[in-house]
Design a protein around this ligand. Structure first.
Ligand SMILES: CC(C)(COP(=O)(O)OP(=O)(O)OC[C@H]1O[C@@H](n2cnc3c(N)ncnc32)[C@H](O)[C@@H]1OP(=O)(O)O)[C@@H](O)C(=O)NCCC(=O)NCCS
Length: 156
């Protein structure tokens, strides 16, 4: 883990689409937000190990995508990426971070909760209404979209 660096995607560097699609099964969805967002690469020993996509929205920012190479999951890289997002947001005076995930995306839910995010709302049936094919993961169907929020600054 010592050699892990997190850096912005270089101007002409290809998107790590195989990673982005681990977090979001729709390429159209990924392409719909990537140009309005900032993409960061976690690099270990010179190789892409993970990706983070952040989209500023006024005084809050949304984590649009976070993903780690399957062979490197469970080693703390996802947490490093979310902590990077938290620190960057604080430096840029962004007061809140939000993220949406699925009811069956258990590693992501664990990651965000461990980083202090609280569940804000649940949109029941979101994935049934918005994705053409059923999504199954971790032995269950992904049906509901969960919104989580991390407050970075106590209200005055
Ligand atoms: C979600 C994801 C980014 C997590 O990355 P990771 O590098 O494997 O996660 P970490 O090793 O940093 O783990 C972060 C925390 O979550 C916990 N966690 C991770 N996977 C878990 C799992 N399957 N079950 C329970 N807890 C889990 C870890 O124990 C850790 O907590 P700790 O620091 O208190 O021990 C990774 O699983 C992934 O790329 N998944 C596919 C893409 C995806 O679903 N992205 C999210 C879309 S919203």
């Amino acid at each position: 883990m010592d050699s892990l660096i997190i850096r912005p995607l270089a101007p002409r560097e290809p998107l790590p689409m195989h990673l982005l699609l681990l977090a979001d099964p729709s390429i159209d969805m990924v392409l719909s937000y990537i140009d309005q967002s900032h993409t960061f690469i976690a690099e270990q020993n010179g190789k892409v190990a993970g990706v983070l996509v952040l989209q500023p929205q006024g005084n809050e920012a949304e984590i649009m995508n976070v993903a780690v190479e399957e062979s490197l999951q469970g080693k703390g890289i996802g947490k490093r990426l979310v902590e990077f997002a938290i620190n960057l947001a604080k430096q840029q005076s962004i007061h809140q971070l939000i993220v949406y995930t699925g009811n069956s995306t258990l590693p992501a839910l664990a990651l965000y909760k461990r980083c202090g995010f609280k569940t804000e709302s649940i949109d029941k049936g979101y994935f049934l209404r918005n994705y053409p094919e059923p999504i199954f993961e971790n032995g269950m169907q992904c049906t509901d979209r969960i919104k989580l929020r991390l407050e970075l600054k106590a209200p005055a």
